[in-house]
Unconditional design. Sequence first.
Length: 95
Amino acid sequence: MQYKSALLLLLVFLASCMNNREKSDMEVPYDLDAIEERYEIALRQLSDSTKLPRSYQSGKLNMVEPADWTSGFFPGCLWLIHELTCKDSWRIEAE
């Protein structure tokens, strides 16, 4: 009986790990216009070209030095927006 239970548990586990093609083809819903608008606002607020945005609190961008572990998130998001929109303006900002 324990052998059957263990086998059933193993099969359930393996089935949950299998790549379900239908799930991977599903699109994640997002509002690309709203995302672009928020990042355009953030870009307008950049005053120091030697620092990068880390977070947004109380209507203000919190900036960090390029050595900070979070410094790549903002340019990475700009690259993702460029990838989704194919607009050169986002590529230029990311560079």
